[in-house]
Design a protein around this ligand. Structure first.
Ligand code: G3I
Length: 365
């Protein structure tokens, strides 16, 4: 598969301007819970203290793993299905819908008081061949709209927010949409069509645009998405939120991530960190990401893309908050602290970052 066309590619890290010694991080035990939100000992409850959520991607096939499900239900109050709501699973052939795998996750969430983020309705990847081979615009429009309506109807009242369109913008310097069957057959208007259809299908659901490598404000891709959202808001196209996937290299978020979140929020949309993972899971890099969200009032929640390192799509990079055995990693404590939570020993850890918080992020070729 071509990473360039298919999505984020881990491990292509921009050269860091920060020396490795300068980036050294110490997590020290502090003495007091500093604010009104500080009496919470899990990620979900700590995030809830400021009205936010803390979520994770979940694979239906792992729900029977008791270590996995115990962590899931203890720590997380929002769930994104990692693959189960994607088109290749939900409509593998035209008009034949399969919601079984995703239903297992939604039922789990209902039973444990977790909210759901639907991921994703329109995406060029994990798209069955019968869709990508359509060449007639009327047929594709009808197929796309029916897919959106049928999936949203099935989960009406059970999914808080949908990634209506995922990764529609191109990498590199164009700031334009990427090539896809939707773009190539329907033209630029396909995103608007998808959002309008989604609003009509479930007026109560939040409708999000979701993408990666849009965290750095000055990047052409970020600007392209920003201009689209600004245009949608100006013309009354229904968009409620923007998801920043945040698949970061070892340095974590770009320095201007908070600015990016804030600038999008100023357009009148909520923003969320939707697929967070960071190569090697530096506590500082995680804390910087969480702080960027915490400092923006309309940043309503964060989701990590998996629970244990062994659950991650980034095999070998150990990018998550729990190790393969299910034990908390140092990044866990840093995240809990940044959320305003309290650690297991009753203290709030302080993250000392001698790098000044400057981050590095990975990019594509
Ligand atoms: O289900 C089949 C299984 O039947 C088969 O035996 C196996 C053999 O390879 O493949 C299984 O499918 C895999 C699927 O995950 C489920 O495990 C696919 O090969 C594999 O490509 C797929 O990877 C997913 C990837 O999206 C595909 O694009 C990752 O799990 C998932 O974490 C990742 O998530 C994406 C987000 O949706 C969008 N943003 C980027 C993010 C990371 O790529």
């Amino acid at each position: 598969m071509s990473w360039f066309n298919e999505g984020p590619r881990p491990g292509k890290v921009l050269a860091s301007a920060i020396g490795s010694t300068a980036a050294a991080v110490l997590v020290l035990a502090g003495t007091a819970a500093p604010d009104a939100h500080a009496a919470s000992g899990t990620l979900g409850t700590a995030a809830a203290g400021s009205g936010r959520y803390f979520g994770t991607a979940v694979a239906a096939g792992k729900l029977g793993d008791s270590v996995y499900s115990t962590l899931l239900d203890r720590e997380f109050n929002m769930i994104t299905p990692e693959n189960e709501m994607k088109w290749d699973t939900t409509e593998p052939s035209r008009g034949n819908f399969n919601f079984g795998p995703a239903d297992r996750i939604v039922n789990h969430a209902s039973a444990h008081g977790q909210r759901m983020r639907g991921h994703t309705l329109v995406w060029h990847s994990q798209l069955p061949g019968w869709v990508s081979s359509i060449t007639d615009a009327n047929t594709l429009r009808s197929v796309m709209d029916k897919h959106i309506i049928t999936e949203m109807n099935h989960y009406k009242g059970k999914v808080y927010a949908w990634d209506v369109v995922n990764e529609a913008f191109a990498d590199g310097g164009s700031g334009q949409h990427r090539s896809s069957v939707f773009q190539n057959v329907l033209g630029n208007g396909f995103i608007e069509e998808a959002f309008r259809t989604a609003r009509a299908a479930d007026p109560a659901a939040k409708l999000c645009y979701n993408d990666y490598n849009i965290e750095n404000w000055s990047d052409a891709k970020t600007q392209g998405v920003y201009n689209m959202v600004r245009d949608f808001k100006a013309r009354g196209v229904p968009v409620d939120c923007v998801g920043f996937q945040s698949h970061f290299g070892a340095g974590g978020p770009p320095v201007g991530f908070r600015t990016t979140l804030s600038n999008f929020a100023s357009l009148g949309v909520d923003v969320q960190v939707t697929e967070l993972d960071i190569a090697q899971a530096s506590p500082t890099a995680y804390a910087n990401t969480v702080k960027a969200c915490m400092n923006v009032a309309r940043c309503t929640g964060m989701t990590v893309w998996g629970i244990r390192d062994s659950d991650s799509w980034r095999t070998g990079e150990n990018p998550l908050l729990f190790d393969a055995a299910g034990s908390k990693k140092p990044a866990y404590e840093a995240v809990l602290s940044a959320l305003g939570g309290q650690t297991a020993n009753g203290t709030t850890p302080q993250v000392r970052d001698s790098s000044g918080g400057a981050g590095q992020h990975w990019t594509l070729r």
